[in-house]
Design a protein around this ligand. Sequence first.
Ligand code: CA
Length: 233
Amino acid sequence: MADKKRIFIVEDERRIARFLQIELEHEGFETATESNGKRAFERIIQENYDLVLLDVMLPEMNGITICQKVRELSDIPIIMLTAKDDIEDKVNGLDVGADDYMTKPFAVPELLARIRVALRKHSDRNDYEEENEISTRYVVKDLVLFPERFEAQVKGELVELTKKEYLLLEYLVKNKRNVLSRDQILQTVWGYDYIGDTNVVDVYIRYLRSKIDDRFGDKYIHTVRGVGYVIKE
Ligand code: CA
């Protein structure tokens, strides 16, 4: 059962969520459900799913925003579930990196077919990258990030990072040379606003500096006074 695919159902209408859960489990998928948008974003990043079914209208954070934020960190397949006739949602969903969308109400066989296509495309892409050893790597000077393993190395030496530290570092590296504000960092890495407490970013930047800049005697993370942080070559 180890290779059962795990599908995360993000839907605030209990009836629909339950229906999807039963249908997908019947097809041999494992499922989990979430009705709150903010929690859904956190769980997509922190838990290990193979595909996300993502409703658009959700409490606290909508599906479009979730998709956009997830795409900064992950290429997990996402199928948006849009309300009937809501053309704008479809366009938005695809613009922000969803793999596909379905309009409610939808037929289960079509949804299953689209899920299989999205899973296959994703695994083909990964197989190709593995075979050709071109998995995504992010590089700044001697620092190399391995997103599929949440790992960072400097000069081939592993840097022990927590998941949050890794995600923060990856966000900085993916945006190297762009100064990122504390709010941008909070929203992307923590997924919600810590009202009045952007300190957490500074604290984590300190952790990263001690594990990377200090340990390897090279300055990676620069403070831009009054603005935020940037990683530079
Ligand atoms: Ca909804």
